[in-house]
Structures are given as structure tokens and as C-alpha cells.
Write a new protein. Structure first.
Length: 336
């Protein structure tokens, strides 16, 4: 290796060490102002500003460092891609089936805690209502996931290792990246705790703290981040915030004052995690404000229409669709 090349490598190494010292909001805005878009739909700058707005203080500090470390526009685009593919897309990806016996047990606990009623409408499971045809129908309730990390238990137990025979390796790796991004950008501080910002123990993602009882139709909209519950100054009181993706008629389900009050009817089981609800709200706002949610939903529609149409799609389109399906694990195993 020539002396000149060694000096360039050393200089690049020192720059990456020193740049985080300049990590502040002014430096980020200066850097983003100098960014040159590669195409008309390049929203790198807008996305980073939206993402910065909705993540908590500690996450903002980490993002400022990540932006400062980027030596050029291409690395800024790669940063956005890491956030989108390693956090936002997995949140809206088709969810793996959970062992029914485990899910039923958790659901029963949540039903007991939530008083056998939808936490949004307050309507009990035994209630009946008239549908549009004038017929009486029973309201169906189920346990909605706040954060869809269904493989969190596997990650916590250390199965995120190289297993050539494991068809779930790609999905486990994907969820591992999600957990890393949550740790880096989404450490919230809640009102009734003065300790340092943190995430719940990963085991809570598989317990009732990550579930809320809702009517089936409302649950679907909640898990698609079409509405969120934003924290207020009162513990366990949340503001119902609907986005444009939420059908207008769903607003009749929300309380008149838009305040959803969570209460426990069974003290054996803890209420939904305030931190997880804050994460859900932040991600919902980011998906909506950046239009990433609409883009990802369109990719999911493309996937559900049938994979036979992939042959005529461009390579980037195929990669997008694979990012939302378990087909990527099949490709990985074929290449290996």
C-alpha cells in the first residue's frame, strides 16, 4: 500500500471519529441544506427532518451523530435506507403466525384487564349493535399488538446466530435490526418515572403490556398505524389522533373529546406500556408525514396480488416487495 493511500485511509478514519463532535442541530441543517437530490422523488432531506421531529431527545442525539458521520450525500441516502428497511417496513410487514395457545392465553389476560371491552369505544364484548342492514350483530374483540415484534423472544434468547438450515434466519435478522433501531432512536421517558430514558424489557413485547383489546375492525387500523394514541399530561390518558389513511367513518368510534382513558379491571395484569404506545405514536406520525406508510401499503398490495407478476418488474421493485415478505429468506438460502 502506497504512503499516499495510507494517509487517505488514516484521514478518513480520523474524520469519522472527529465529526460526531460536531453533532448538533445546526450542523445537521447545514449538511442537509447542501444535499443534492439524485431524482425528483428524492425525499432524503425531508425524511430525516421528519424523523428527527418525532423521535425522543436521546434518539435525536443519536441521529445527529449518525448524520454527522455521513461523509457525503450517498451515505445520507444509505442512512435513510437503513431506517426504512430496518424499522419502518418491518413494522408494516405481514406478521408471522403466533402459537395459538400462547396468543389465546395473553388475549384472555387482556380481556380480564380491559374489562371485556374495546379500549377505544368502551363497548363491552356482550354488546350488540345494528349494522347497516338493520340486523343485530355481536361486536368481535381481539388483542391488538402495539409494536409487532413477534420474534422478540427468539432474539432475546440468543437465537440470532448463523443457522444455515433455518428458513427463518432472514426474518430473525430483520427483527434484530428493528430492535437495534428501537434501542438507538426510541428511548422514551414516561411521566411517572424519573429514571433515564429506556425501552421496556424485550420480554414485554410478548406479554399483555404490548396488547390492547379492540374491536376487530379498529384493531386493523391501529396495527396499520392509521391512528395513534398520543400521551397527555395525565398518566394513562391518550389523545386519539387519526390520519388521512383512517376512513372518516371510524372517527365515530373515538371519544367525543378524543381522550382514550386506559383503566385496569384486573390488577393482576399491567396496563399497556406507556413507552410502547409512545413508540407506536412516533412511528405512526413518521409513516404519515413522510408518506412512507402509503408507499409500504402499496408494496403490500403488489405482494398480495400474486408473485407471478414479479418477472416483469424492475430489480428495485422486486427488492422492495421482498423486503416485506419471507421470500427474501428463500433467496438467501438459494444463494448459499
Amino acid at each position: 500500500m502506497s504512503p499516499g493511500k495510507k494517509r487517505r485511509i488514516l484521514f478518513s478514519y480520523l474524520i469519522r471519529i472527529l465529526l460526531p463532535l460536531l453533532a448538533n442541530e445546526w450542523f445537521m441543517n447545514w449538511k442537509l441544506a447542501r444535499y443534492k437530490a439524485t431524482k425528483a422523488k428524492d425525499d432524503t432531506v425531508e425524511f430525516l427532518r421528519i424523523f428527527f421531529e418525532y423521535i425522543p431527545d436521546l434518539g435525536q442525539k443519536h441521529l445527529l451523530k449518525d448524520v454527522a458521520r455521513c461523509l457525503g450525500d450517498e451515505e445520507l441516502r444509505q442512512l435513510v435506507e437503513r431506517i426504512e428497511f430496518g424499522l419502518l417496513r418491518p413494522m408494516l410487514s405481514p406478521r408471522p403466525e403466533i402459537v395459538k395457545s400462547i396468543e389465546k392465553s395473553i388475549c384472555n389476560k387482556c380481556l380480564s384487564r380491559d374489562g371485556n371491552r374495546c379500549v377505544i369505544t368502551g363497548v363491552p364484548i356482550t354488546a350488540r349493535h345494528l349494522n347497516k342492514f338493520g340486523k343485530s350483530t355481536e361486536i368481535q374483540l381481539s388483542a391488538a399488538h402495539i409494536i409487532p415484534l413477534d420474534m422478540a423472544m427468539d432474539i432475546k434468547r440468543g437465537v440470532l446466530q448463523h443457522h444455515p438450515q433455518s428458513s427463518d434466519m432472514d426474518e430473525r435478522y430483520q427483527h434484530g435490526k428493528v430492535w437495534d433501531n428501537l434501542q438507538r432512536y426510541f428511548r422514551f421517558r414516561i411521566l411517572d418515572q424519573q429514571n433515564s430514558p429506556s425501552l421496556p424489557d424485550i420480554f414485554e413485547f410478548e406479554k399483555e403490556q404490548n396488547r390492547m383489546i379492540m374491536a376487530v375492525s379498529i384493531r386493523r387500523e391501529f396495527e396499520m398505524f392509521h391512528f395513534v394514541l398520543e400521551a397527555t399530561q395525565t398518566p394513562n390518558h391518550y389523545y386519539f389522533k387519526g390520519f388521512s389513511e383512517l376512513p372518516s367513518y371510524f372517527m365515530v368510534f373515538a371519544p367525543r373529546d378524543r381522550i382514550v382513558k386506559l383503566r385496569s379491571y384486573d390488577s393482576r395484569y399491567p396496563l399497556p406500556s406507556a413507552i410502547l404506545l409512545s413508540i407506536h405514536a412516533a412511528i405512526g406520525n413518521i409513516l404519515h408525514q413522510s408518506s412512507r406508510g402509503e408507499k409500504i401499503e402499496q408494496l403490500k398490495e403488489d405482494l398480495s396480488r400474486g408473485r407471478h407478476g414479479l418477472a416483469g418488474a424492475g430489480s428495485s421493485k422486486i427488492e422492495d416487495i421482498f423486503s416485506l415478505s419471507k421470500l427474501s429468506s428463500l433467496i438467501s438460502s438459494d444463494e448459499g
